[in-house]
Write a protein that binds this ligand. Structure first.
Ligand code: F6R
Length: 364
């Protein structure tokens, strides 16, 4: 049932404030402002490495979580494409754990990676949306994402609920390892509790994004740029646009622009820059100046401080509320999804069932 939405994808985008509140409700003690995880089959204080593996959108959730585990828990993390991880003879030490992330819990390469990690003697954690799935059954521990059934082939609410779950695990790991103080935990939990409200605000950008989609639907290629956790979100934005609108898109770390992709930029190339104001915002402003100098059209997704500082030609701005850096990828995911959605609707594609794609990839 699509409710009053035209597509399942739209319904699932709009459900996010509610489902993410549900996921956080499962992993947070809202009164004590703490993270409450079930007992783990290993001691987080003793591990020395985390391997994260997944495919597609779930992989990008893992890449964002890598920044969190490194920052909050000072743990080295390697994030890997499941189809590479499983065939590479990756050395996995005895004191490491492997986290696999999968909406369906049936993705063949992700399942094979999980089995490989177990054969190497690692403890495994599965972040899955389907609790009865094969991956959920075979992992040592399951952290459900509680997004509810996702029908649209393009993953939306499962992605943000994966982020919510991984953020809780990262904060908990930071506490157990003594990197985060009790106050840090309270502060981060309060930030996470704001996410549903911030998402509701972000959804109000929909009419503006619908207008922008007219420009995007005429483009042959679109570039997405971001730094920090918004770099994997740029990759996710490009994936979403390609898969449902069939417009070619690339995501890049903003700092890599001058190492190649800048050669692509001309008046026909929209560049979506995902950049809330932060300590390296000025670096992103210089990247935008480089784009503008070559006639590129910029769509800047930012907050008011960012918008005030970015004085660049040919720019459209999507302005979100200010929020703590940790939660930006969850909230900024919504305009990024809406950009792909509205563009695809204008292109007249089959948004919920894009060509050549299956919801669950059970073959290699
Ligand atoms: C993109 C998308 C895919 C999946 C990928 C992994 O919108 O849906 O890239 O994220 O096929 O699927 P799961 O999460 O089921 O393992």
């Amino acid at each position: 049932d699509k409710g009053n939405h035209r597509h399942f994808m739209a319904k699932e985008i709009y459900e996010q404030p509610e489902v993410i509140a549900h996921t956080f409700g499962h992993y947070l003690d809202l009164t004590r402002e703490t993270v409450t995880l079930p007992d783990l089959p290993f001691d987080l204080a003793e591990i020395d490495h985390i391997s994260i593996t997944a495919c597609g959108t779930a992989l990008f959730a893992g890449s964002i979580a890598e920044y969190w585990f490194e920052r909050f828990a000072r743990l080295p993390v390697s994030t890997d494409i499941a189809s590479e991880f499983r065939y590479r003879d990756t050395p996995l030490g005895k004191n490491g754990i492997t986290i696999v992330i999968s909406q369906s819990g049936e993705t063949a390469d992700t399942l094979a990676s999980l089995r490989y990690a177990r054969e190497c003697g690692q403890k495994t954690v599965a972040v899955v949306n389907v609790p009865t799935s094969t991956i959920a059954r075979e992992a040592d521990m399951v952290l459900p994402t509680l997004a509810g059934p996702e029908i649209g082939v393009a993953s939306t609410k499962a992605f943000t609920c994966q982020l919510a779950t991984l953020a809780c695990l990262a904060v908990h790991t930071g506490r157990v390892r003594g990197v985060l103080s009790e106050d840090d935990e309270h502060r981060l939990v309060r930030a996470m509790m704001e996410v549903p409200r911030l998402m509701t605000e972000a959804l109000k950008l929909s009419p503006e994004i619908e207008a922008l989609a007219r420009t995007l639907s005429k483009a042959r290629d679109v570039l997405y740029l971001g730094r920090g956790t918004n770099y994997p979100l740029a990759l996710e934005g490009a994936l979403k646009l390609k898969e449902i609108s069939y417009i070619h898109a690339e995501g890049y770390a903003a700092g890599e622009l001058k190492h190649g992709p800048i050669a692509l930029i001309d008046e026909t190339m929209p560049v979506v820059v995902i950049a809330p104001f932060d300590r390296i915002f000025e670096k992103t402003v210089s990247n935008m100046e480089e784009v503008a100098a070559r006639g590129g059209r910029i769509i800047l997704v930012t907050d008011q401080r960012g918008a005030d500082l970015a004085h660049v030609e040919a720019m459209q701005k999507l302005i979100l509320p200010e929020m703590p850096a940790t939660v930006t990828p969850m909230v900024y995911a919504l305009p990024v999804q809406l950009i792909a959605y509205h563009t695809a609707v204008l292109m007249g594609t089959d948004v919920d069932q894009p060509r050549n794609l299956a919801k669950s990839v059970t073959v290699e």
